[in-house]
Structures are given as C-alpha cells and as structure tokens.
Design a protein around this ligand. Sequence first.
Ligand code: ACK
Length: 773
Amino acid sequence: MNPAAYADTILQGQQPIKDWESLYSANKLFRLHFFSPRNSNSRYLGIFYNLPSKSLNDEAVWVANRNTPIQDASGSLMIDTNGKLKITYSGGTIPSVFDSSPIASINSSATLQDDGNFVLTEVNPDGSMNRTLWQSFDYPTDTFLPGMKLGVNFRTGHRWSLTSWISKQVPSSGSFTIGGDPNGTSQLMIWWQGNVYWTSGIWRNGHFDNAPKLSNYDNARFSYISNENEKYLTYSVNKSDVGTHLKIDTVGIITEGQAAASFGVCSLSGMLDAGCLKRAYPQCWKDDDFWYESKTGHIFDDGYRFDENYNMSLFDCQDKCAQNCSCFAYASLTLNGTGCEIWSKDLSFYTSGSPMNREVYFLQTGRARKWWIWLIASLSGILLLAFSILCYFVQRKLRVKGINEAETRTLLNELEDTITPQSQYGKPRDKQDKKLKQVYFYSIESIAMATNNFAAANKLGEGGFGPVYKGMLPGGQEIAIKRLSRNSGQGLREFKNEILLIAKLQHTNLVRLLGCCIEGQEKILVYEYMPNKSLDFSLFDSSTRELLNWTQRMNIIDGVAQGLLYLHKYSRLKVVHRDLKASNILLDHGLNPKISDFGMAKIFGVHESEANTNRIVGTYGYMSPEYAIKGIVSMKTDVFSFGVLLLEIVSGKKNYSSYCLERPLNLIGYAWELWMEGRVLELMDSRLDNSSPKDEIRRCINVGLLCVQDHPEDRPSMTDVVYMLTKDTVKLPAPKQPAFFIENGARAREAKREISLEKNCTNELSLSVMEAR
Ligand code: ACK
C-alpha cells in the first residue's frame, strides 16, 4: 500500500496525492480523494465521511473543483513552492477553491481534520504550526458540517454560504444558495437564481422565526454569533453524533443527513411554508393549485429543448414549464439530471422497461382533482364519437343508394340563404327577393315542362356530372339545364359549390346561373342558354372550325382573360376555377366567351395565395405540374390552363389530340420547339386567313408559353396577361422551357402514374378526380 494511504497531512515538497490515493483524518472519520459521480467519468477532489455507515460515505460533503472537473485520472493534489494547494493534471493546473489560499511566507502543510475541515497551515522551521492560511470550512459547497459558519464577515467581506449541486450526480454550482442576509439582519436567506426565495426570519431565543425547530437531532446545538465583525450561524454536536450534517439539496430544501427536511420547503403554489416568497406565474394559473407528478418511462416525441441545457437543474426546468401555460410535462435532458426538455402537446409515453427510460414530470392541477367532471366529460365524448361514427356509416350507406330525401333537406337548408323561391311562371315572388338573391328555386314540374320532360331531342350533351338539356321557360327565355346523375354521389359537392359560388359572382364573361331545382332525388342547375355551344365544339370540330376567324378568337382570348382576372382579383371572393378548358368556355350569340362550370372552383381567403389539396380535380393537359403532382393550388393553376387554352385557340389543336403521351411532344412541346427554331408562326391554325395579324399571333403564343412555365413563380398573373395581350407596344419577356415539354421524361411519368391516365391518345381525358394522398 502506498505510504500516503493513511496520512492525514500533505507537506510542501512532498509527493503529490495521486488520483487513486487518499488522505484520511487522524481518526479516519473523513477521507479526501478523487471521485467520479455515478454515470460520469469526470474526476473531482472531494471530502467524504469514512464511517461504518456506508450510505453516509457515498456523498461528498465538500468538493474542491466542482465547476472544473478533470476528464481523466491524471489529477493530483500538491502544495507548490509558494506553499499553495494546487490540483494539477496532465494539461496543467485546475482552477479551484484553493486558488484563494494566500502564499505562505515560510513553509506550509495541509491536514484533513476529524471534523472534515481541510486546513492549510504555515509551518515554522522548527516544525511547529503557525497561522491558518486557508480552510475548506470557509468555502463550503452544499454541506453544512458542525463547526462551519453560515453568514457574513463584515471585516473581510467574506460570505459563508452553501450552493446546491446542479443535480444529484453533478456537483457544479446549482441555482440555490443559502447564506446570511447581506443587509446585516440576523437571518438566513435562500436565493434561487440570485433572487430571494426563502427567508429564515430573525434569530430569536435560539431559533429563527420561520424555522422554529432547526434540527432533528436533540443534541445539535445551534448558535448565532453576532458582533461588529461577523454574523453567522454555526452548530456543534456530540462526538457520538458524528455524521450529522445539514445540506441544501438540488431543489432548495435544507435536509439533515438522511432525515426529512426541516426548512426551506416552498411548494409551487397553494399554501406556502413560512418564509417562502410567492413566485410569479402567468395569469393562466389564476389561483389554481398545481404541481407535477413524476412517472418513469420513455418518450418518442421531441419536446422543446433549452439552449442553456448544460447549466439547468431539474428545478430550473420545472420553473420553465410552470412559466409556460401550454407546458404539461418536463424532464431533464441527460441521465445525470441536467438540461431541460418541456412538452406542450400530447406525447407518446411508454412506461414499459427500456434503457431510454427517464423521469418525466407531468402537470397536475386542482382542476384535475375533480375527477368526476373529467369522467363525465370523457364518457360524453365517447358517446358523441360513437354517434358520429354511426351517422357517418348511415350516411355513406344512403349515398351508395343515391341522393336521398334527407340529403335534399340538408342541402336545402344549406342553400337557404342563397336561393329564392320562384313562382310557377318563373318570376320572383317579390322585387325585394330579386334584389337580394340572384339564384331562384324552380319546381321540378316547371323544369320538366321547359325541357319537354327531358326529351332526348333537347339533350345538348353530357357534362362532367350529368346530362345537359336545352329548355324554354313559359316566358320564352331559353335555358340550359344540368341534371345531376341520380347515382352520382360525386356531383353533389360540385353542385353545392356551383350554387354557392356563382350566386356571388357576376361578370359578362362568366355564364349566369339562373336557378336550381332540388326536389326528391332531383338536383338540377338552370343556366342562361349559350346558343354557340362550347369553344371546344367551335374550335376542334372540323365542320365548324372555320367559323372562328382571328378577330373572334382574339375576342375569346380577351374575354376569358377578363373573366379569369375578375375571378382572381376583382370579384368579392378570390376564386381559382381549377378546371379551365375549351369545353368549359361557352359562346353566346355574339361569340362572346363565358366561363362555365364552377363545380371544382376553390375560394381563397383574402390573404391566401396558395393551398394544398388532397382532392386533385381537373383535366389532364390543362393541369399545371405542381397541382397535378403535389396538389398545390393557386391562381397560377388557372394561368397554366389559360396558357394551354391560348395555344389551342391559336393552333386549333388540342394539347393532347395529335400529340399523344407515347410521342415525345404535346402541343406545348411543339410550340416550344417552333419558338426555339424561330418558326413560331407555324403554330398558327392553317384554316386562319393568311392576312391575320402576325404580330398579335406571335404575341399570343409568347404569352401562352409564359403561362405554361414549369414553376408557378415564372408564370405571369392574370393582370400581367391582360396587360401583355392588350398593350401591343410592351416588349414581352422570352419564355423558358415550359412544363411537360418532354413527355416521356421522368416528370411526365410521375404525373402519369399519379393521375392514372387512360392511354387514349385521341380522346381528351375530361375529368380526372383524385381523392388520394
Ligand atoms: O359543346 P356543347 O354543346 O356545350 O356541349 C356541352 C354540353 O352541354 C355538356 O356540357 C353544353 N352546355 C353546357 N352549358 C350550356 C349552356 N349554358 N348553354 C348551352 N349549352 C350548354 C356544352
């Protein structure tokens, strides 16, 4: 065994005490040695009890380098040539409390005494002891041993105080300190993060006002020394009571050895112990009693982690949680109890055994005590949920059978504010109604009469969600009637959308909805009749195509642009049509365009410019890539469709008619190729008169290509489009490569896969509805 193993003194010039060596007090009541707390490799120099009672021996009663641990076993304790105590290690000298020791004028030695005090003394040349240079009792850590002082030395300004460990396993200075009142009154104070947290009250008749019984040990004699030089509390015990000590723990409570706390117990809220200062908490707690209960388990969800993690104790963490009205749980970030993580949302907490287990503290409030209220609320919730699920399934069942009476009633209620009852002769009941409401309610009899009982001869065609008939009201007004297919569960949403939306919109380039009919299983929309059918018909049907000359086409382009501009900007609502295409542009007597079919339209909030939808509806070939692939809808979705329409109007070709998906180019790609080769006018419809204004046509193609740019931000707004189309003096920006240029590229494959297209090259895919994602 090393000769230093049983020494109590270290001499100047003697071999240092190494990491694995110890100093023992004369009667071996205390031991000084390097140690590592549990779960840590850091090395500290500490003083421990060395008693038969093992449990007492485990905790350091004093630490020399609490804030500057050594990370390996190279540390040693020595007295240097100046007679100063020093901790050295492989990298140099560790800063510690010893730094405060003065230089010895002669020689010095340090002794660990049987009271646990480590004392550095001057040694005379004859070996006798001179004055005390430094002692650990003047620099306590968190433990108050008999003979130590707590208070102030007015002469030197030195304060004797205890500061808690940051956690049970980390000796660094924590957030609680206990010491004498610096203002000189005869009382002790506990500070938390520098703020007064508890006061002992004045010392009177052998005890403090707020701590009437200072000690659990009858033979601990406390005395409060007060004179002009110093004021301090100290105590002594009988020799047989060795092991008695007071300590400030990591949550600011004063404990006596292993015994229960005697003072400084300040709860979060509710009744406070004498001397506790009420802490300020946010208004949300009002007068509620609240506390935290710990549970052991592990959590998968990440909470909010504080930056100052390293220096935060669990108590500091609790405070962070209590200061945050939405925090309902907190925990230390590390296994050694430092750092802070708080949670404000429900977390997945598992109590099963796991190496990741830790203590999590959950908020409990006085409100929670009223368990029966919670029970009733929970039961009601469960019943409501069960009822809703039942309703959902019943509704689904009914929907499968077709649109039913209940649905009709609900729909009528929903539309009550929008539609006005109509008399049998198609006139509004009174003038007031007409002013207020634009959409009228027709009886099924009047509709049947108008369409000759839905005669096949009156059928105009098949729309997205049912047949369209021509009809005539008794007054002679021509109407178009859209009849929702009976077994179309799909169309109901669009039906409702169209009524609610179009009732609020009015523009010369939007088709006018005159009214509707909702009776039994019938859901019908009534529009003004457009004698020149859809643009699709005029533009692509070979027998009628020549009808549209360039002036008419330009008029259509302008009209559609104006209609869209109104939807995007000037209407009371901000609307994205989402299904703009040639078959949804109807032409009136004068071949003026009217945008129709608002079933898929989406209303945007005033400050909303983009939305994400999982219901991708529209027509492939007109859909912008970000919408088709990611479901991102914005005004630019319509701009893209407008661009396609523009190129179709100029060329008289469908985007996907002659350029099928299996071939490398569609109309956009073809236009781009011509643009790149400087042959853009070759895109012009060959049926058009050769005298058509080339500049205007070139300008339209340019705008069209700008509208079909891959990235929405590269596309112009409808305001820009209208400006570019009407101001022929404005120099237009050159387009970049547009979207869907190379149809067999990865992008196209992605779109094709997502939209699951039918591989029909000649027929337009009219309506693709995706509920997925
Ligand atoms: O090209 P079209 O004749 O014009 O064929 C379609 C068909 O119904 C299915 O949508 C026609 N259509 C729709 N609404 C009207 C309307 N308000 N006036 C005239 N025809 C219409 C459309």
